[in-house]
Design a binder for this molecule. Structure first.
Ligand code: P6P
Length: 342
């Protein structure tokens, strides 16, 4: 596909080459595109919230100002419902399955999404993002969706992607035929193909992790990070440390430049013994993308996409990025006697 085509044309071209396509998948993707533009508009105004009233406060009109992640959550739900192509939704912002209101037609797809990942960074004007993961339902369309529809392994994803609200707004997605990046041209309100067929370098020189947690890591992770810091020109070490604290931003940089992102299990929060990141709305979509781009994603001992989910908000360790860097980490874990990762 040529650089410069719109995301709309990219989606329709994919539909055209699929003889069984009904247009449902295209309508679903287009709903996400419209939601992305609306969230981008609201995120861009976040800096003005002080003028209008801080989140959780009241604006000059005396209206309560909602937190941006709640606004993003409502926008995505409304657009996905109105596509008529979803049978249920799971949002990082809501504890349970989200039922499609009766006034909307129900479809054969379901989506896990994090409406505004990294939202704690909003006030500092740091890049944040929306992450989505799309599956087909596995139960009969005549029946109500069930838990087994939303607890499918990541290998079953039919598409995944993210929108990054940064110096420019980008939408990066895959439907299983490579990873493609589109940049929003705000002057015309169109996403334009800027990074066709993204392939992550096999080996990077960047590692991204919150080293403030290192006292709570297992020994293998500590040894691996120490190894990355030891000067060794043969392995292009020491690596550079880059950590934004926003998964979409850290992942996007490593996808383009190469590198490894680690959020391993740690002992810091007894309530999160298997790591902080959510399997269904963070680890699985990013793992689908990185494998489509030639990279790897693991808990340290298991391929993320093969994990059989047990809860909709379950957390997993996530080590993801350039294939040679992830393999090097796995070798440290394999040599270690201690296994706190999944
Ligand atoms: P920490 C944001 O809250 C998030 O879910 C990811 O976007 C980010 O990579 C991670 O958590 C940051 O967590 O513990 O380093 O602040």
């Amino acid at each position: 596909m040529d650089i410069g085509i719109t995301l709309f044309n990219h989606i329709l071209s994919n539909q055209k080459i699929n003889p069984k396509a009904t247009g449902a998948f295209s309508r679903l993707l287009m709903a996400i595109v419209v939601a992305a533009k609306m969230v981008q508009r609201d995120v861009a105004r976040a800096g003005l919230v002080d003028v209008l009233g801080r989140a959780g406060g009241f604006n000059v009109q005396g209206e309560e100002v909602q937190k941006l992640d709640n606004i993003a959550n409502q926008v995505l739900k409304r657009l996905l419902f109105s596509s008529g192509e979803v049978c249920t939704l799971v949002s990082e912002e809501e504890a349970d399955l989200i039922e499609v209101p009766r006034q909307y037609r129900r479809g054969d797809y379901l989506i896990h999404f994090d409406p505004l990942d990294g939202s704690s960074n909003i006030d500092a004007n740091v890049s944040i993002g929306t992450i989505f993961s799309i599956y087909r339902r596995i139960t009969s369309p005549e029946t109500d969706p069930e838990l087994k529809d939303v607890l499918q392994p990541g290998l079953n994803q039919v598409a995944a992607g993210y929108i990054i609200y940064g110096s420019s707004c980008m939408l990066v997605y895959s439907t299983g035929s490579g990873v493609h990046g589109f940049t929003l041209d705000p002057s015309v309100g169109e996403f334009i193909l800027s990074y066709p067929k993204i392939e992550i370098p096999k080996k990077g020189k960047i590692y991204s992790t919150n080293e403030g947690n290192s006292a709570y890591w297992d020994q293998a992770t500590r040894d691996y990070i120490d190894w990355l810091k030891n000067p060794d020109s043969e392995h292009s070490k020491p690596y550079t440390s880059r950590y934004i604290g926003s998964l979409v931003a850290d992942f996007h940089r490593n996808l383009l430049y190469g590198g490894i992102y680690l959020y391993p299990a740690d002992r810091r929060d007894p309530l999160k013994p298997t790591g902080k990141l959510r399997l269904m709305c963070e680890a699985n979509p990013m793992s689908f993308l990185v494998e489509q781009a030639g990279g790897l994603a693991t808990t340290g001992t298991k391929r993320i996409l093969e994990i059989k989910p047990t809860e909709i908000h379950q957390r997993v360790p996530l080590i993801i990025g350039s294939s040679e860097d992830v393999k090097a980490y796995q070798e440290f874990v394999a040599k270690s006697d201690e296994k706190i990762n999944l």
